[in-house]
Write a protein that binds this ligand. Sequence first.
Ligand code: CA
Length: 230
Amino acid sequence: MQAKILIVEDEKDITDLVSYNLTKEGCHIDSAGDGEEALEKIKSGKYDLMILDLMLPALSGLEICRIIRSNPDTASLPIIMLTAKGEEVDRILGLEMGADDYVTKPFSPRELAARVKAVLRRTSGKPAPEKIIESGDLVINKETYLVTRKGKPIKLSATEFKLLLFLAERKGKIFDRDRILDAVWRNEAFVEPRTVDVHIRRLRAQIEEDPDHPRYIKTMRGVGYYFDGN
Ligand code: CA
């Protein structure tokens, strides 16, 4: 886990504990003792995740969370809140204000590391917020489920659409078959990795001018597939 994490906490013991344990996991840890320092530091945009204590001097964790979420530059920064027992109301508020997860003190370092991993996994593939994805001649409308190429509508099955959308929302990222199965087929039983290949072929037949030399859905040999957004 090679993430850059900012921990915002005024209790040095906890900062040290978290820092020690997450560094062992391969993370790079930076810390801030209060909200002002934290907001200053995240301007750099270099952090993958923030661990944010609720109880802080001056700005509270909730206020910091709200400020981060309301600024487009920082809105997508994953946040794990640290709460103490009895702060249940604040915890709920925190999640409402956009924290991605929370950990209750006292926590085990292993639990925190597991949460960090889970949040990073969940947020690293976050889709773009736009309603329409355009790439070359291809236009995908996420709200109407309409796909066109050179202005002409393309008929896709629900699964083909989901598959196309999954890849197109994550342009350039390569996904192996298992990851695609997880995302597109979710919990459907009896699907095997080959299913992905079959649907990729069908999708290409529909959206590509020359399915044998795809412009959009590309294969990374031995790895998987990706949407070429260039
Ligand atoms: Ca504190």
